[in-house]
Design a protein around this ligand. Sequence first.
Ligand code: SIN
Ligand code: NI
Length: 263
Amino acid sequence: MFRDSQIELSEEQINHYQENGFVQVDTVISSDEVEELRTYLDEVMNNESERSVQNSKKGAAYYKVLNQRVNTWRDHGGMAKFVLSERLAGMANQLIGHKGIRLFHDHALLKMPLDSKETPWHQDYPYWPMKEPGALSIWLTLDDVDEQNGCMKFLPKTHKLKDLKAVDLVNSHDIFDDAKTKGQLLDKDRAVTVPLKAGSCTFHDGLTFHAAYSNQTDKPRRVLAIIFMPDGTIYSGKSHPVVDGLNIEKGEALTGGTFPKLA
Ligand code: SIN
Ligand code: NI
C-alpha cells in the first residue's frame, strides 16, 4: 500500500456529504502531483489495449460523452500510486463512517475538445454489480473546470432515491419523468454546479444524481475518477465489465487483490 500524507476532513465536510450526497474537497493533491499525474494519464490515454479502451473508441458515440480508460492502475504503476493511495481512500473512509474501503475500479475520464456532449443526469449505482448502495466516487480533476469545459453538477439529497433505471449515457431517457412515475421528486432547478481548480475533487454517493457540462474549449478536460466501496460489499450477480469472467458467485464479497483494501 502506498503510505502518504492523510487529509482529515472537517465535520462540516462529512456532514455535507451525508446530508447532500456529495462534497467538494479542495487541493487534495499538490501542483507537482497534478503535473505528475497528467504525465501518467497522457501515457495511459495513448494505450489502445482492448481491455482498457472498451466502448470508448474514437468515432463511437460514447467517445463524445467520455473518452475513457478503465482500471488504469493495473497497467501503469504511476496511476497505481494515485489510485491506491491512502490519502484519497482515507477521505472516502471518513465519509462513510470508517467502515473500511476497497477499490472497485478507477477510470480516466476525458471530455474531448469542441465536439463533446454533456454527460446526462444519472446515478452511478444502477450500473454497479453491488447488492447494496454505499459505494462512492472521487472525481479528481487535473484541469481547472467550469461550465465551459465540463465541470460537474449535482442534485443535493438525491442519494435517498432508490430503484431507478440506469441511464444510457449515449441515448439517455428522461430520468426526471422516470422518477415522477415512481412518486419521487427530482427538481432540476436545485442543481448545484461545482467549478474546481486542478488538484481538487468532489466525492459523490453512488445514488446521487449528477451530470457534467460539455467541453466547449480546445483542450481535453482530464479527470481521474475512482470508485470506492465499503469493505464487505456483496456481488449482486449482475454482469459488469470489471467482474465478468472472474468467477465470482452472486452473494460473495468483492474482495482480494482485484478489489484491494485501501483504508
Ligand atoms: C463526467 O466526468 O463527465 C461524468 C463523471 C460521472 O458520471 O461520474
Ligand atoms: Ni456518474
